[in-house]
Design a protein around this ligand. Sequence first.
Ligand SMILES: NC(=O)c1ccc[n+]([C@@H]2O[C@H](COP(=O)([O-])OP(=O)(O)OC[C@H]3O[C@@H](n4cnc5c(N)ncnc54)[C@H](O)[C@@H]3O)[C@@H](O)[C@H]2O)c1
Length: 368
Amino acid sequence: MEQLDQAERVKVDLGANSYDIVIGAGILPFLGQELSCYARQHGWGKQVMVISNPTVEALYGKQIVTSLSEAGFQPALALMQDGEQYKTMDSAMQLYDQALSLGLDRKSFILALGGGVVGDLAGFVASTYMRGIPFVQVPTTMLAQVDSSVGGKVAVNHPKGKNIIGAFYQPRLVWADVDVLKTLPAEELRAGLAEVIKYGLIWDGNFFDYLEKRFREILSLNQEDLREIVKQSCAIKAQVVAQDEREGGLRAILNLGHTFGHALEALTHYRAYRHGEAVAIGMVMACKVSGELGFLSAEELNRVTVVIRSFGLPVEDRNVAAQDILASMYHDKKAEAGKIKYVIPETIGRVRITSAIPEGLILRVLSS
Ligand SMILES: NC(=O)c1ccc[n+]([C@@H]2O[C@H](COP(=O)([O-])OP(=O)(O)OC[C@H]3O[C@@H](n4cnc5c(N)ncnc54)[C@H](O)[C@@H]3O)[C@@H](O)[C@H]2O)c1
């Protein structure tokens, strides 16, 4: 119980769609107990389909199933294969089949146990099965704990593009246990940390200072620091999402580094970089553009590159041509009316969104 007492709660304030993100160390065993309160309050049934993949299930499946069973639920595991290439309609169909054969009805709920791939697919299935049944996120990667499990974007990929088929569908609860990050491969941890650095850059200079000072402790998985960075990151994302649930305006600031990053990922066929690594390079590009526009000082730009490097992330790409990056950015699904929406830091902790940047300047920065 001590683990639960020490846990942090961040509320995502979305009126009737509000929910809590609970962040703690060693809290997995208490999930069933928490959910039984939800079930009583909201009239949920006993049946729960736990969607995971074989890697995560082998590590944490038993703990989750035991916790749910002890709280009186009837959990059934449903596994997708491990990997982004399985975040598809085919996998969703297999999960609908399983849900039907288990007899899941509108009072049953779906629980996602895994990283962003499992969370996005499970959320998509929950949002569409019988026009939507309750959904709970148990994120197990750094990226999922600080980003993908919060905010309600759920999706599957289409052969022509990532996350093309999806919905906004908020979870009822996010249960983030930082202890599970101990089994995460180091490169996955680092990739997720790119999003953490992003939160400091877009929203909170003090948080950026903290990351600058504590990167060693964070990389060595100090529990207190992990709890702190997941809490701060979720609190920032929660504030942004609460002001703009469906990406009509402010939410676009979360795309810092992503416009350049997506182009790099696509042009290297998703093989050269993990998403977070491409975002890290993209953030440096955005900061260099900012410097050229007269916003970020040379010292601030240097601080950003040093922090990104100290988390073991790349800060530049030397292989992809500047012209190709620019062309690819015009095809990004977030480009509007043929204009690229750039997210550019004005200082550390504040960004602006603009399309009014001369192509020549972008090309110069990309080629530097
Ligand atoms: N919905 C959103 O708002 C949003 C935001 C950002 C990214 N995403 C999506 O998230 C996905 C990427 O998520 P990801 O980076 O978590 O990758 P992932 O889900 O593929 O997980 C990475 C790897 O780590 C393994 N793993 C997960 N937890 C583990 C643990 N605790 N110990 C050991 N291994 C573990 C997984 O099995 C997988 O092999 C992409 O599909 C992306 O589109 C969604």
